[in-house]
Design a protein around this ligand. Structure first.
Ligand code: PPS
Length: 342
């Protein structure tokens, strides 16, 4: 794997299969409707017809990138989005640790004040830029009503990022995760997040993932595109696996990137609050406040396993060999490397 010894391809065998896709954050109207002190309410923000339109969507193509049709309908507004110089963009390919990083960033922005970070659900504290499902679920509208400094979430590939983020020289943190864990996480997400079409069998989903025929397209292009961009722009490129291994070190990297200092005690509190176990039981972080017609946590919880190497419980030996070969082909010539297991 290139000359990056910490990132090596793992080997593994396995047995099981899986399924599901995306999440649906809420607009500012929904924020108001759903904000309760404990963030545990589950208010219905969409009409029955809107819900019907939101679920099991066909994928369209946005400049060659497969994407939910409702997101494509909202694209003109996203393209024209006006970033502010103090916006911080959290960019990821889906299922790469977006919510984890978002919670860490909100905690940093609030100097480790846990109560402040329970003020609302994570999808409202860190609005999802390109989200568009009906009139009331619109990331751009939500962001326009969010006071600065804003944290903004996106899964857009680098070439589709609205130009104002570059013009305003916004800080960007990209987080990448190894593709084997991403595809498994994405499969279960397709099953529980009803915006997605039925992912089929795990084997079928794996093929579609490798071919880039999933929402947001090719994982390979996504991680490589953002990796290349960091040569010329202010981008902190992080890895999920590093965050698992040494979260303290990664939080320090973020603080340095932000030019911010926090006491050891505050960092400790951030690490505790953003651990998988804490986030899983925190209704403001675990997506359980999402409308049940949009996300069914009984099929698979949003915070599912939160580990590196779970793919070994799912890939067959043959699938793993094929995946490794395909990976080598698509990542050839890049100095970007991944740890497939810890
Ligand atoms: S999304 O829908 O694309 O925004 O999903 P995203 O948040 O990027 O990824 C979800 C996966 O991240 C795991 N997760 C965590 N892992 C470790 N620690 C913490 N604190 C944490 N929070 C979220 C989550 O469990 C999903 O991974 P899987 O492998 O499915 O468990």
């Amino acid at each position: 794997m290139g000359h990056c010894p910490r990132h090596s391809l793992g080997t593994g065998s396995s047995t099981t299969p899986g399924t599901v896709l995306a999440q649906v954050p809420a607009s500012s109207e929904v924020v108001k409707a759903t904000s309760r002190e404990d963030s545990q309410c589950c208010v219905d923000p969409l009409s029955a017809m809107e819900q019907e339109d939101a679920i099991r969507q066909e994928l369209g193509s946005l400049h060659g990138i497969p994407l939910y049709k409702s997101f494509i309908e909202g694209w003109p507004q996203v393209k024209a989005f006006q970033a502010r110089p103090d916006d911080l963009l959290i960019s990821t390919y889906p299922k790469s640790g977006t919510t984890w990083l978002s919670e860490i960033m909100d905690m940093i922005y609030h100097n480790g004040d846990v109560e402040k970070c329970r003020r609302d659900a994570i999808y409202n504290r860190v609005p999802f830029l390109e989200l568009k499902v009906s009139k009331s679920l619109c990331g751009v509208d939500q962001l326009e009503n969010t006071p600065s400094p804003r944290l903004v979430k996106t899964h857009l590939p680098v070439q589709l990022l609205p130009t104002s983020f570059w013009e305003k020289d916004c800080k960007i943190i990209y987080m990448a995760r190894n593709p084997k864990d991403v595809v498994i996480s994405y499969y279960y997400f397709h099953q529980m997040a009803k915006i997605h079409h039925d992912p089929g069998t795990k084997a079928e989903f794996l093929e579609n993932f490798m071919a880039g025929k999933v929402p947001y397209g090719s994982w390979y292009d996504h991680v490589r595109g953002w990796w290349e961009k960091k040569r010329e722009k202010k981008i902190l490129y992080l890895f999920y696996e590093d965050m698992k291994k040494d979260p303290r070190q990664e939080v320090q990297k973020i603080l340095q990137f932000l030019g911010k200092e926090l006491s050891e005690r505050t960092v400790e509190s951030i690490l505790h609050h953003t651990s998988f176990q804490e986030m899983k039981k925190n209704p403001a972080a675990n997506y359980e406040t999402m409308l049940p017609t949009l996300m069914d946590h009984s099929i698979s919880p949003f915070l599912r396993k939160g580990i590196s190497g779970d793919w070994k419980n799912h890939f067959t030996v043959a699938q793993n060999e094929r995946f490794d070969q395909h990976y080598q082909e698509l990542m050839a010539g890049s100095d970007l490397c991944f740890q497939m297991e810890l």
